[in-house]
Design a protein around this ligand. Structure first.
Ligand code: AMP
Length: 218
């Protein structure tokens, strides 16, 4: 099963993708995580990406597309995957279609996570993530048992550099301008499955699983 998860920053894409990855043994490809790990390791890709990420802007398509193409060629993707944070532009979506067409395949479903803007701002400002395993917490809604320590792996739990108010506003603007038109793009292909994540992640997940069942994917 090949999935894309689409949604505004802080809508819960990563958390939902993590649950689905475990439950359905999918490779989880988060372009944001790949960029952050390159930044941490000081690679040339990380240095380039950082200047865009810090502003809440998108890393250029050419860089992002070739990074994803390399990632999709790795062995673990053969069992199916969930793309989290990619595509974010129409050019990326079209490039992905072309990559997959070369292998006579295509995306099975696009999970569209819906959350109101106000809720997003609240969630993003309180979000904290584990540097080691990527688990997501929230100081208000889902605090760690011990401050700064991951409940799951004991790693350091920190605030992402781009989770501040000014950058979040820019990221939301970028999302509406560049990424939300993709919902229409995939709607036309008839592969959207919607999950409402305003109230609870359980409700969202069950809506998504019902949608995947209706398509015969699970
Ligand atoms: P995320 O962790 O998905 O919120 O991504 C963090 C940041 O990484 C974004 O705000 C962008 O600056 C950059 N980024 C992640 N994925 C992409 C993408 N597909 N295209 C361009 N930039 C991206």
């Amino acid at each position: 099963m090949k999935l894309i998860i689409l949604g505004a920053p802080g809508s819960g894409k990563g958390t939902t993708a993590t649950v689905l990855r475990e439950k359905y043994s999918l490779a989880h490809i988060s372009t944001g995580d790949i960029f952050r790990s390159n930044i941490k390791n000081g690679t040339p890709l990380g240095l380039e990406a950082k200047s865009y990420i810090d502003k809440g802007a998108l890393v250029p398509d050419s860089v992002t597309i070739s990074m994803v193409e390399d990632r999709l060629a790795q062995d673990d993707c053969a069992k199916g995957y969930i793309l989290d944070g990619f595509p974010r532009t129409l050019a990326q979506a079209e490039a992905l279609d072309e990559m997959l067409a070369k292998q006579n395949t295509s995306i099975d479903a696009v999970l569209s996570i819906v959350v109101d803007d106000e809720t997003i701002k609240d969630r993003v400002s309180g979000r904290r993530v584990c540097e080691k395993c990527g688990a997501s917490f929230n100081v208000k809604f889902k605090p760690t048992k011990i401050e700064g320590v991951c409940d799951i792996c004991g790693g350091n739990v920190v605030q992402r550099a781009d989770d501040n108010e000014a950058t979040v506003a820019a990221r939301l603007e970028t999302y509406y301008k560049n990424t939300s038109p993709l919902i229409d793009f995939y709607e036309k292909k008839g592969i959207i499955v919607e999950g409402d994540n305003n109230e609870s992640s359980d409700v969202c997940l069950s809506q998504i699983e019902n949608g995947l069942k209706a398509k015969g994917l699970i």
